[in-house]
Design a binder for this molecule. Structure first.
Ligand SMILES: Nc1nc2c(ncn2[C@@H]2O[C@H](COP(=O)(O)OP(=O)(O)OP(=O)(O)O)[C@@H](O)[C@H]2O)c(=O)[nH]1
Ligand SMILES: [Mg+2]
Length: 234
């Protein structure tokens, strides 16, 4: 059960409370109180957002993913310096037609943002400023940590985005840059490191005035998503 801790100060953090020990999807034990952070993963369609989040939460490479419709939720609980932190990851749709009704939900009460591009697709890299702008338009505060991820580094012969160009863009926004591959097994720990970097930053900064979505809200989103999928003409 997720319950909101009513803030006496100006902060609003959500704790999940479990009467007994519970095994999460990644075999982590969730103890009595767990801070939950919402992370959204955005970027063009086909850059590998679903595969990256699946690699982090499921531990393997997802073969034959379908285009995300609306949003997919994944989560993983981490034990950091004795504190239990749950990362609730919103894997968003890159295709405009699958995003429309959901965009407001993506950005509401978000704690961190991951911008993903594909190193073999210059156009996906060139879209990054537009995704950053969308984020800004939806009033994501400047203190919300953001990182940039270049995916598909395993496709060495097909690279279109040099690291220097990506670093330059990341520096201009003051974001950390990671280049990785959701596919390459040897990169598994590197993928973990991306999310861990965020988790440590989130752990040390209490989220400001942010309300987490409750479980009933999430269930509502799921229902909405299912309805969309059912009415989709394609
Ligand atoms: N070679 C390689 N292929 C990858 C990698 N990550 C994802 N892919 C492939 O890229 C394609 C798109 O991956 P997805 O994870 O579905 O992309 P997405 O960004 O979630 O796409 P949308 O849901 O449409 O926004 C799939 O065919 C994946 O198998 C990677 O690291 N290396
Ligand atoms: Mg996807």
């Amino acid at each position: 059960m997720a319950i909101e801790k009513k803030p006496e100060d100006e902060f609003d953090t959500v704790f999940s409370q479990n009467d007994s020990l519970e095994l999460s999807s990644h075999h982590d034990y969730v103890t009595a109180q767990t801070r939950i952070f919402k992370i959204i993963v955005i970027g063009d369609s086909n850059v590998g957002k679903t595969c990256l989040t699946y690699r982090f939460c499921g531990g393997t490479f997802l073969k034959n993913p379908e285009a995300t419709i609306g949003v997919d939720f994944r989560e993983r609980t981490l034990e950091l310096d004795g504190e239990s932190i749950k990362l609730q990851i919103w894997d968003t749709a890159g295709q405009e037609r699958f995003r429309k009704s959901m965009v407001e939900h993506y950005y509401r009460s978000v704690h961190a943002v991951i911008f993903v591009y594909d190193v073999t697709s210059l156009s996906s890299f060139e879209s990054i400023p537009e995704w950053i702008e969308e984020c800004r338009r939806h009033c994501v505060g400047p203190l919300v940590p953001r990182i940039m991820v270049g995916n598909k580094c395993d496709l060495r012969d097909r690279r279109e985005v040099p690291t220097t160009a990506a670093q330059c863009l990341a520096d201009s926004y003051n974001f950390p840059l990671f280049e990785t591959s959701a596919k390459e097994p040897a990169e598994k720990e590197h993928v973990d490191a991306i999310f861990l970097t965020l988790a440590y930053r989130l752990k040390s900064h209490k989220p400001l005035r942010l309300k987490q979505p409750s479980e009933s809200n999430i269930r509502q989103l799921w229902n909405q998503r299912e309805q969309e999928a059912a009415t989709c003409q394609c």
